[in-house]
Design a binder for this molecule. Structure first.
Ligand code: IZC
Ligand code: ZN
Length: 424
């Protein structure tokens, strides 16, 4: 066979090359969810950061010509996955909240800590006080940790500023990180994350401030693709969330919502009604909410590390959601309060054990479905010709080993856009 392709990157001898191919145009549902397209003794070739060929090692060795200086990686029989996608994080913040741990152990609920002026409001105080440089350095370190654990694309929310200037400061830091860090970031404006202390007595005025001033200014800045709201008892009501998200949609934002996490208010129904790209959390989603999500294009992003960290009793009803036909993704929810976990490998292990998701379903949920949840499925989330050459080599022979082992970072190498960025 003539060598008809020129590559500057070639990975060979993947014991299992898990491609998750074939779902760039719609997320996986029901029986599609565990279809992950495993190629044994697989190989991937790339050029200029994008995949140009996927197949068996012997086929690619025949068809791919290597450019001078090309990078060749021998995966030595290990498992290779698409770069993991983390579609819900609050990675840009200052400070930390380990002082809440004793309160949580004693049973003080998350929303009670917030109502006492702690929780999110604690992080708002530290974030307002932090310089851009301090915020950048803190988030950069967390992104380094995420990359080292296999995450190559993540969403990043604002929401610890809660004044226009402090929200813009956070979004600018996110933009700077997007330019400087190998992890690709998708930016979300979450001005409606909590009612700040100065609006405690008149929360509707804060909703007005978001609608009248913050949304137009953030829209003009071009710094956020998505708008999100923390729709929760004592935070933003369904009616307030509908107003904010409807105005955001009118301005051209795509929508996300923190829905039905602690109290079943109907956030999932609102997400379906407004055509949100994702509805996130859903621990206490109603049957009607499940039906509406299943009938919609909205991706259900489940965050089981959060349930674990807040010591919640009820995990999201993942099996029921999958059976009814909802498109399910998984995420870390990395944040200083309810989920100081930024390892998707840990989330994957919890998802098997607590959400009863099969290992293959979990892989779809942290790759292609997660990419759909942030509107990036045309470029990441699977190993396919034309997509970014984002790959993770794991020190495992069988993909199920990733969920079976728990708490150890099994990453051997991370490749971002055809460049080895971890384990080189
Ligand atoms: O800092 O507690 N749930 N927002 C909604 C969070 C958790 C982040 C936090
Ligand atoms: Zn969140």
């Amino acid at each position: 066979m003539a060598k008809d392709m020129k590559a500057d990157f070639l990975l060979i001898n993947a014991g299992q090359l898990v491609t998750v191919a074939g779902n760039s145009d719609h997320p996986k549902r029901r029986e599609e969810l565990p279809e992950i397209g495993v190629i044994t003794d697989g190989a991937v070739a790339a050029r200029d950061g994008n995949v140009i060929a996927v197949g068996s090692t012997s086929d690619l060795q025949k068809s791919v010509e290597l450019e001078e200086g090309a990078v060749v990686i021998d995966a030595q029989g290990k498992v290779v996955l698409p770069g993991l996608v983390d579609p819900h994080t609050h990675v840009v913040f200052a400070g930390s909240r380990e002082h809440e741990l004793e309160m949580k152990i004693q049973g003080v609920p998350y929303l009670e800590i917030l109502a006492r002026g702690g929780g999110i409001l604690d992080t708002v105080r530290s974030t307002r006080a932090a310089s851009r440089e301090e915020l950048f350095r803190a988030a950069e370190k967390y992104l380094d940790e995420m990359l080292a654990q296999g995450t190559t694309t993540a969403e990043a929310k604002s929401g610890y500023g809660l004044t226009l200037d402090d929200e813009l400061k956070t979004l600018e830091v996110t933009r700077d990180l997007q330019e400087a860090h190998p992890v690709d970031l998708v930016s979300t404006f979450l001005g409606a994350h909590a009612i700040p202390e100065e609006y405690k007595e008149n929360p509707d005025d804060f909703v007005e401030l978001i609608i009248q001033e913050m949304l137009p200014a953030v829209s003009r800045s071009g710094l956020a693709r998505f708008c999100d709201v923390f729709c929760e008892d004592g935070v933003f009501s369904v009616e307030q969330s509908r107003r904010i998200l409807s105005e955001a949609k009118r301005l051209g934002f795509e929508l996300k919502i923190h829905a039905d996490e602690m109290v079943p208010l109907g956030g999932a129904e609102l997400a379906a009604e407004l055509g949100a790209v994702s509805a996130d959390h859903l621990m206490v989603i109603s049957d009607q909410g499940i039906e509406m999500l299943a009938a919609s294009d909205t991706v259900a992003v489940l965050l089981p590390a959060t349930t674990f960290c807040v010591m919640g009793e009820q995990y999201a009803p993942a099996r029921k959601m999958i059976e009814k036909g909802a498109a399910v993704a998984l995420s870390s929810d990395f944040n200083p309060g309810s989920s100081p976990v930024n390892s998707l490998q840990i989330v994957m292990g919890i998802a098997c054990r607590q959400l009863k998701m099969a290992p293959a379903e979990v892989i779809s949920a942290v790759t292609i479905n997660a990419a759909h949840a942030i509107g990036c499925a045309s470029s990441v989330g699977s190993i396919e010709v034309g997509k970014k050459a984002d790959l993770v080599v794991f020190d495992a022979k069988d993909y199920r080993y990733l969920m079976y082992r728990f708490g150890t970072n099994l990453v051997d190498k991370v490749i971002k856009s055809g460049r080895v960025v971890v384990g080189g």
